[in-house]
Every structure is written in C-alpha cells, then in structure tokens.
Design a protein around this ligand. Structure first.
Ligand SMILES: Nc1ncnc2c1ncn2[C@@H]1O[C@H](COP(=O)(O)OP(=O)(O)OP(=O)(O)O)[C@@H](O)[C@H]1O
Ligand SMILES: O=C(CO)[C@H](O)[C@H](O)COP(=O)(O)O
Length: 296
C-alpha cells in the first residue's frame, strides 16, 4: 500500500461501465484540483488487433477456441502489477494507449505526430512528474494469476459489476454504436471469453474494497435481443463495502443524503440508479481527500 503516491483502480468486465465510472472520477478530480495520471487497462493487451487475430487463429488451430482478451496469454498482467508497484513507490512509470477507433487514433496522432491506426498501440511514454495519484480503469485492476496480485499495490480498488444480462446488453450496444461490431460478432466474443471471464474477471470482485452493482428493474431475460440499455431510472445500484471501517463509512449519513436508499445487508447499501453518480461523489470524494491529506 502506498501513502505518498496513492493508486486507485476501477475494475470491471468489458461493457460493465468502467469508462462511465471514470467520468464520475474525473468530475471529482476536477472539482478538487487533483492531478491524476489515468491508465487505461486495454493498454496492457499483449497484442495489437492484427496480432490478436493471428494469435486467436493459431490457438483455434491447436484446439483452443477460448483464447481471449480476458486471460493471461493476451495481456501483460505482470506489467499492470509492476506499474502499480512502481508508481506507489516513486510516482513514476510508463503508460500507453490501445487505439480502439479511428477517432482515438486521430486524437493521439495529432498529439504524437504519428500515423497509427485503430487497433494499434501508442509507444510507451513516461508518466508525467508531479501527479497526485494513479487512476487505473479497465479489466484487470485486481487481477490474480499465480504469483501476480495486482491489487496488493492498490490503495482503493473498486469493482463495477452490472448483473450479467445487463453487462451483455451494455457490451452489445456499445460495441455496435462506438466500435462498429455487429451484435452477432459481440455474442461470439462473449462466448469465447467465458472461461477467462470466470477465472480472471469475476474473482477480482471478492478482493475489491467497494463494488457498484447495477441491477435492472425491467425485464432483461433475453439480453441478446434487447433493444435498449435500461436507463438509470429503471435500475438500482447495490454498493457493497468490504470493510466499512477501513474508509470510515457512515451509513446513517449516506442513507440520509441518498433519498430512496436502504440497507439490504450489513455492508450493502441500495440506491436508486439515477443517484449512482451522486452516491459515488459523496462516498468516494471524502475517501480520496483523506488519501491525499494523509500523504507523508
Ligand atoms: N450506469 C449506467 N447507466 C446507463 N448506461 C450505462 C451505465 N454504465 C454504462 N452504461 C452504458 O453501457 C455501455 C458500456 O459502458 P462503458 O463504455 O463505460 O463500459 P466499459 O466497462 O468501459 O467497457 P470497455 O472496458 O470494454 O471499454 C455504454 O453504452 C454506457 O453508456
Ligand atoms: O473492450 C475491450 C476489452 O476491454 C476490447 O474487446 C478489447 O480492447 C479489444 O478491442 P478490439 O477487439 O476492438 O480490438
């Protein structure tokens, strides 16, 4: 655990909503004049898009149809752990980006003067000096694999976990709207990733400090034909604290502030979906403030 250089990680499956939660954090950082270095989990993929296709084909020829972006073969788990450790020790490290789309490629090409294409990585760059904290958002912020345990160097580990039907609806919609993938292709991806999902994604949520689990209140029985993502008002969010005392969580205060909220278990607070952003601000803002105030 670091005090001088705190590390915060938001971890969740593809389509879970970690990018959406990142935006809530960005509001907190902006309002509190906090200078983060933001690390995107997809930058720790092992292969670019062309290489990944070739690696999947090779694995399939050897009888493995489950080679996926969720597992250790297609990611640099050791580098995630090393980045958290190095930043925690010295506030330094390297970062890069995986360019999902032409828009993202254009943005980085104009910054770097490069001609990178969608599906490629930017070169590794030094993390700028003088940042207040490292903020990771992606698939594997708390991943464990053999000797690797990325979460041991994380000061605040947050899980973003809609129930799985909702996660798939969100993934299918986002992949179509923002990444141009047909729903059938996304369903194939979900199927291919399932063994790694169970082995490497879900176990993280037993080690997270706080989980945000969105639960729809409308029928999502067949996520593969759903036309719309249930709206915030059509959902509840279960917020589960692993150890409320660790972060001085005051449930009475939260219940009073969050109209319509209730406790469903000793550590589980339920809030209306539309209040998720507000709940994040009043829960996470003070935790981050304290983390920064306690820096030695
Ligand atoms: N709380 C929410 N309410 C309504 N829609 C949401 C919510 N969270 C996420 N979504 C929607 O779900 C889709 C996926 O969300 P997002 O892009 O944040 O996922 P992600 O976890 O970052 O995925 P990836 O890791 O693959 O980039 C988006 O269309 C987003 O608008
Ligand atoms: O969201 C993802 C993982 O979080 C993507 O599936 C992954 O980054 C690969 O992207 P693509 O298949 O578009 O190259």
């Amino acid at each position: 655990m670091s005090k001088r250089h705190p590390v915060i990680a938001v971890t969740g499956s593809s389509g879970a909503g970690t990018s959406t939660v990142k935006r809530a954090f960005e509001h907190i950082f902006h309002r509190e004049s906090i200078k983060p270095v933001i690390i995107e989990g997809d930058s720790y993929h092992r292969y670019n898009r062309v290489e990944m296709k070739a690696a999947m084909k090779k694995a399939a020829e050897a009888g493995n149809n489950h080679f996926s972006h969720f597992g250790p073969e297609a990611n640099l788990f050791d580098k995630i752990e090393e980045t958290f450790r190095a930043y925690g020790e010295s506030g330094t490290g390297k970062k890069r980006y995986y360019l999902h789309s032409d828009e993202e490629a254009a943005e980085h090409n104009s910054r770097l003067g490069s001609a990178l294409k969608a599906g490629e990585f930017t070169p590794w760059e030094d993390i700028p000096e003088g940042t207040d904290l490292l903020f990771y958002e992606g698939l594997h912020g708390g991943v464990r694999d053999g000797e690797i345990d990325a979460g041991r160097f994380v000061d605040l580990l947050i899980g973003v976990v809609p129930i799985v039907n909702l996660e798939w609806i969100q993934k299918i919609h986002r992949d179509k709207a923002e990444r141009g993938y047909a729903p059938e292709a996304t369903v194939e991806t979900i199927l291919r990733r399932m063994p790694d999902y169970v082995r490497y994604i879900t176990p993280q949520f037993s080690h997270t400090d706080i989980n945000f689990q969105r639960v729809p209140l409308v029928d999502t029985s067949n996520p593969f034909i759903a036309r719309d993502i249930p709206t915030p008002d059509e959902s509840l969010v279960i917020i589960r604290f692993k150890d409320p005392a660790k972060f001085n969580v005051d449930f009475s205060y939260l219940l009073a502030m969050l109209q319509g909220s209730f406790m469903s278990r000793r550590n589980d607070l339920v809030v209306p979906g539309g209040k998720m952003g507000f709940a994040m601000e009043i829960i996470l803002g003070p935790i981050i403030d304290r983390m920064l105030a306690e820096r030695d």
